[in-house]
Design a protein around this ligand. Sequence first.
Ligand SMILES: [Zn+2]
Length: 289
Amino acid sequence: MRKIDKPSGVPAALQRRQAELKEELLTKQPKFWKNKHYAQPTKKDLKEIYENKCGFCETILKQDESNKGFTIDHFRPKTNYYWLALEWTNLFPLCKKCNKIKDDNFPTKNAKIQSPPIDENGNFILSKCLATSEELLKEQPLYLHPEIDEPLNFFRVNKDGKFFPKSDINDFDLERANEMINKFLGKENLENERKEHIENITNYLRKETSNFLEYCSEDYTDREIRLSFFSVFKTIFSLGDKKQEFSLVGYYMNENFDKFFLDEYELSVQELIKYAYRLFLEEMNTTQK
Ligand SMILES: [Zn+2]
């Protein structure tokens, strides 16, 4: 899971839908709202904004022309929050697995709002429909909202691809982190996929390291280091990019490079890789300036 910067402007197709269904949005009609009423372009927009990934588990969404391989989820389910069925800040893409688990569940610490915010003229108070509005945040949802909450403040990841709550967070955030891990992010199949993802890059580094040790003399030069290690380091660096599948894991690979990659080597080799990595980071910093 990564924090997503969704543009606040509501896409035209969704605005048209909101206008067409203005009346329906004001009344609870479970049967009516069972159907999908957002427009197809909205689905495409959301997929792009979320870098083609599930808003929760970061798996790549299935590519097919009709975009049927994933679903647009309502953060607050439309069974209860029917007035948010077409609310831009309430819509985000989920893979089918996460969507199935989420279903119509929406655990909150405080009581849920049961009716739409309407002014004396019978119009929506739009500001109270935003996911960031004080009214909605007061419910204290247990699920994290990818556009509001910063997942880096809730989770840490180990090199087996397992998620854990961060240790320095308050009780409520701990509850939320655990809820997300237990329901979505800690599923065995996902852990295995992330573990494989980490193993692939670990194997790549292992291969480059063993080549280096075999072919380079003891008084190696920085040039030799560059040639041997920089391409694998570039790959590790790129895995933290939000565009990548499981990029939260990639982020922690870079943050905790030693813990992720060095344990298996004897000390002298650890020093070599650490030196090479430092050299890489220094050069990255100079080229980025
Ligand atoms: Zn998912």
